[in-house]
Ligand binder design. Structure first.
Ligand code: ATP
Ligand code: MG
Length: 160
């Protein structure tokens, strides 16, 4: 039986930290479904289509990875997709409290789906989409932190 993990997030935009996690997950699971949430509350910089396209491009060479958007309850979506786990990243202690809360809530909603945490390579432990957008908005370089297509798109968005 093939085992799939769901990797939910806003991915606004995709960073090399996300990609690092996707690659690690594929060592353990047969499949990873990257699930992009619209996240209107966060007022995303990129549209859902743009976010999906960055991911699609970046994972096309990774066997077992695919990307979709979702806007229903995560555990229901995970069940619909027959996935056995929710994948989340842990960068620093600061991620822990929120992630624990989410993991326990999701377990309460559906005890069959486990949340699995992965740590990125240490060069990405400080990296978030928020930080990347902040640096790019002031004209700083994010080379090496995001895929090339994302780097170009950020330059375009923040062009004066
Ligand atoms: N550099 C990274 N290393 C490991 N995990 C990461 C990294 N960046 C994000 N993640 C994980 O990816 C998942 C989806 O994250 P999300 O879309 O919120 O990205 P983010 O970089 O945290 O963006 P934001 O700053 O908008 O919260 C979360 O579980 C998050 O912990
Ligand atoms: Mg986040």
């Amino acid at each position: 039986m093939s085992r799939a993990a769901i990797y939910p997030g806003t991915f606004d935009p995709l960073t090399n930290g996300h990609i690092d996690l996707i690659q690690r997950t594929l060592k353990i699971f047969d499949e990873i479904i990257i699930a992009v949430a619209p996240s209107f509350k966060k007022q995303p910089l990129f549209t859902i289509e743009e976010r999906l396209e960055f991911i699609r491009e970046s994972v096309s060479r990774l066997k077992g990875a695919r990307v979709e958007s979702f806007n229903n309850l995560l555990v229901n979506y995970a069940k619909d997709k027959n996935s056995v786990a929710i994948l989340r990243g842990l960068r620093a202690v600061s991620d822990f409290e929120y992630e624990l809360q989410m993991a326990l809530m999701n377990r309460r909603l559906d005890a069959d789906i486990e949340t699995v945490f992965m740590m990125p390579s240490e060069e990405y432990t400080f990296l978030s989409s928020t930080l990347v957008k902040e640096v790019a908005s002031f004209g700083g370089s994010v080379k090496g932190l995001v895929p090339d297509a994302v780097e170009r798109a950020l330059k375009e968005k923040f062009k004066k």
